[in-house]
Design a protein around this ligand. Structure first.
Ligand SMILES: [Zn+2]
Length: 301
């Protein structure tokens, strides 16, 4: 079975835990949208394109998370001349992946447990910054959809009737597995769902989940909104008594009945809870105050 699955005439993807998008340039070239977790997924992209007799010309990194940029370094090392493209706010983190465990460590030099490939890919120089609503890459004009929220400057890519939506939404099965869909900015994440809902492409490919036809998109987006609402409610419920961010995260974990497998997952979970606290503060339902116990969150009735 071929590795590359066709979507439309000029688009395809490599399905997996991380779906990797492919845009065909029409003259024997290909642009890959995200490269997966590590050199193995990078190698898979290379093999998939070799099988399809396509030459890799460019990589679009939709956002800096390690499971989306982990194959970059292998591909840049093995495919001469490949151009790496990333959104303006994501590019510094694509180039310097240490910044991901740094921000998950309150800005400190991260402990060993957070210097894993799940949080820290190998960096590559970004050759082209993605800005605005369209982008000319490898001779092809791609439409760019701003999807910040899950990360600071995430984008989706639209071409030939397909919206490669990155982590702008998650498939329902993936959502059910996670207590809180990871958020950097919850309000922006909700706005990104609205932006996807307004689109009319035939197909939507999430970074994690099934290729989704337009007719099934609204249900998938509704499941994402419901997961965000559920997480916001859990964080509100955790604020019935004051507590610092880590205490609130502990309570949210209990409320949602989550088991957290290890330190990287704990760091990601705590960061997501912090995003919800800022979201509730902006909505006027939580406040942060300096006390003798440090920075403490209070719920506002
Ligand atoms: Zn992500």
């Amino acid at each position: 079975m071929p590795i590359l699955h066709n979507i439309t005439e000029r688009t395809a993807y490599v399905p997996g835990a991380n779906n990797l998008g492919v845009v065909l340039t029409g003259d024997g070239g290909a642009i890959v949208i995200d490269t997966g977790l590590d050199k193995d997924t990078g190698r898979m992209v290379r093999r998939a394109l070799e099988e399809a007799r396509c030459e890799l010309r460019a990589i679009v990194s939709t956002h800096h998370h390690a499971d989306h940029i982990g194959g970059n370094e292998y591909l840049v090392r093995n495919v001469p001349g490949v151009v790496v493209c990333a959104p303006r706010l994501e590019a510094p983190l694509v180039e310097n992946p240490l910044l991901e465990p740094v921000y998950l460590s309150l800005g400190a030099s991260p402990p060993a447990a957070l210097r894993t490939k799940w949080l820290m890919a190998k960096g590559v120089p970004v050759n082209q910054i993605i800005d605005g609503n369209t982008c000319e890459i490898a001779g092809v004009t791609l439409e760019i959809v701003a999807l910040p929220g899950h990360s600071i400057g995430q984008v989706g890519v639209v071409f030939d009737g397909v919206c490669f939506a990155a982590d702008g939404f998650f498939g329902p099965v993936v959502l059910a597995k996670h207590g809180i869909p990871y958020a950097h900015d919850v309000a922006a994440q909700l706005a990104a769902l609205d932006r996807l809902a307004a689109r009319g492409e035939r197909f939507f490919l999430p970074g994690h989940g099934e290729l989704t036809e337009r007719g099934d998109l609204d249900a998938a987006l509704a499941a994402n909104r419901a997961a965000i609402e559920r997480a916001a409610t859990a964080v509100c419920d955790a604020l019935t008594a004051p507590g610092d961010t880590f205490e609130i995260a502990r309570r949210v974990r209990r409320i949602l009945g989550l088991t957290i497998a290890g330190l990287p997952q704990y760091a990601i979970f705590t960061s997501a809870v912090a995003a919800y606290l800022s979201y509730l503060e902006a909505r006027g339902t939580a406040t942060l105050a300096m006390t003798d116990d440090g920075a403490v969150w209070h719920g506002v009735a």
